[in-house]
Design a protein around this ligand. Structure first.
Ligand SMILES: *Cc1c(COP(=O)(O)O)cnc(C)c1O
Length: 387
């Protein structure tokens, strides 16, 4: 039996990564130095967007995105329930009301038909915006959401924390990479160690809107004006103005040096994930006790997570954990969290996501997972269902 732990996700830090962090430690800057702009530029170029703002974590990225889109107390916003709680919390930080829209049976992404029904059931202007997630790495059809949002005058926050590098083709046949913001107002990313790019803590916001870009830079640094031409008066070199209530959501140069180095390996790590997926898919192809992820052939899935659906999940989970295989559940639906139940959300509201969340199980997937480790995971799952 394997004694070492196999987790569902794991960062990969190379000697080169360590070297660049050491070099930054020896430089003049620990924070707010040149590595931040360099990381932002490299990331923006990778996804094909005009602007990128690096921040302290993905949750901070969501928070100041909601602020920059002017979410006000009482604003009604639609959010997917199949996500990490931060996707919804950013609306609550601004005092907005969160309304959940059920997911699609096959993709586990927000169901666009149900979104449309929700919009049609209220007067135009009732909902101000939507937060959707490229769940597990599956890129959302942002063009379709844009059509609806334009009709109803709504903004779009894309939570791309699972999906750097993922893409789909829009109706014109153009490749739409997550973060390119051709349809979304902003896209946010996280660089937590379980995500594709690890900087310890870290986050990024991308946008093509120069006004949003300016606001995001201010909110990241206490609401202090970041452009001297925008000062109400200029008393000289020392002078600065706090114009809005912002936060200290800055990232450090050390983290950005690591991020730049990690970004260089993103394509390689995405390919590794695809290989792991193919091996799982083949191994389970004729196991009728497992529902495998269904992915349209014309999308490139980033596979932050590899999620299967099974019966008897609790027992399988416990069995795998007893073998030191750290499978995980992504996620408990957000609308059923005790905090969100106080707003009237309850079991039965969103049948598809509730059913999915009772059967889903995330298997280990990360670039350095070995074939031997993966075979061990596969073997133990098959063994469990033979009993
Ligand atoms: C990880 C994650 C976040 C939060 O990112 P942090 O960097 O941990 O704050 C938000 N949304 C989704 C979908 C995530 O997976």
């Amino acid at each position: 039996m394997k004694s070492h732990k196999i987790s569902y996700g794991h960062q990969y830090i190379t000697d080169e990564d360590i070297q660049v962090v050491i070099e930054t430690l020896k430089s003049d800057y620990m924070t707010q130095g040149p590595k931040i702009a360099e990381f932002e530029r490299a990331f923006a170029d990778y996804v094909g967007v005009k602007y990128a703002v690096a921040v302290s974590n993905g949750t901070a990225a969501l928070h100041i995105s909601a602020m920059a889109l002017n979410v006000q107390p009482g604003d009604n916003v639609i959010v997917t329930p199949m996500t990490f709680v931060a996707s919804a919390n950013c609306i609550r930080y601004c005092g907005g009301n969160v309304h959940f829209c059920d997911i699609d049976q096959n993709t586990f992404l927000m169901d666009i038909d149900k979104l449309q029904q929700m919009l049609e059931s209220k007067p135009k202007g009732f909902y101000k915006g939507v937060v959707f997630v490229d769940f597990a790495g599956y890129p959302m059809q942002t063009e379709k959401i844009r059509c609806l949002c334009d009709k109803y005058g709504m903004w779009m926050i894309e939570d791309g924390c699972h999906a750097p590098g993922a893409y789909y083709f829009d109706s014109k046949g153009d490749k739409q990479i997550v973060g390119s913001c051709n349809y979304s107002d902003v896209t946010v990313f996280s660089f937590h160690p379980v995500k594709h790019i690890a900087t310890g803590e870290g986050g990024m916001i991308t946008t093509n809107d120069s006004e949003l870009y300016y606001k995001l830079q201010c909110y990241r640094t206490h609401g202090i004006a970041q452009d001297r031409t925008k000062l109400t008066q200029d008393l000289g070199g020392w002078y600065y103005e706090m114009q809005e209530l912002g936060y200290n959501y800055r990232i450090t140069d050390l983290q950005c040096a690591l991020g730049i180095s990690q970004l260089k390996r993103l394509n390689w790590s995405l390919e590794r994930r695809q290989q792991i997926v193919e091996r799982y898919n083949q191994a389970f192809a004729d196991c009728d006790f497992i529902i495998l992820p269904k992915v349209a052939s014309d999308v490139y899935h980033a596979y932050h997570l590899y999620v299967i659906q099974v019966e008897d999940r609790k027992a399988l989970f416990d069995y795998m954990r007893s073998l030191n295989i750290f499978v995980q559940v992504h996620y408990e639906p957000v609308h059923l969290m005790p905090y969100y139940r106080q707003f009237g959300n309850k079991e039965g509201d969103l049948p598809i996501v509730e059913n999915y969340s009772k059967h889903c199980l995330t298997l280990p997937i990360y670039p350095t997972l070995t074939e031997e480790e993966q075979d061990f995971v596969i073997e133990k799952i098959k063994e469990f269902y033979k009993r």
